[in-house]
Design a protein. Structure first.
Length: 156
């Protein structure tokens, strides 16, 4: 059975390996042509935990109660944009063996519930076009493209 609740502060160290795996899989899905060093992933996990512990971010986790595995998470924060408060979805990840079971949708629903309870009318996120499954999920959940981020490689 999958249970959804805030990251358990008392068990952060216990779930460190799961957090690292979730972040690694997420970055690899988002940027399939790049290689991420362990140090980079650990820094991102520590940053997430730090913001969460300071009350600057919200982390809802999916726990498999049968195996005591942290199998997914959503990490978001509130910010001001054009004079209104919005939620920015910073990171969402589900372990590969738990994908296609509705866990990402349930995590997004938890974030949307938070938004409604706090009268926040907008949620923003960034997604890479290469992460086709994420793009499809967001479109299915009625996220729409508002802006386009563009880059150009330069010859050095």
């Amino acid at each position: 059975m999958i249970e959804y609740k805030s990251l358990d502060k008392e068990k952060i160290d216990f779930f460190q390996k799961d957090l690292i795996e979730l972040f690694t899989n997420s970055f690899n899905s988002s940027f399939p042509n790049e290689k991420f060093e362990d140090e980079f992933i650990i820094q991102k996990v520590e940053q997430c935990i730090s913001f969460y512990n300071k009350g600057e971010a919200f982390v809802t986790c999916a726990y498999d109660t049968n195996t005591n595995i942290l199998c997914g998470l959503i990490y978001f924060y509130e910010k001001e944009e054009r004079n209104s408060k919005i939620i920015h979805l910073n990171h969402i990840a589900v372990k590969k063996e738990y994908q296609k079971q509705g866990i990402a949708t349930a995590l997004i629903n938890h974030m949307e519930k938070y938004a409604k309870e706090n009268k926040i009318s907008k949620i923003s996120l960034d997604v890479t076009l290469e992460n086709k499954s994420a793009v499809l999920l967001y479109k299915k959940l009625h996220f729409k493209e508002i802006r386009m981020h563009m880059e150009k490689d330069t010859i050095i």
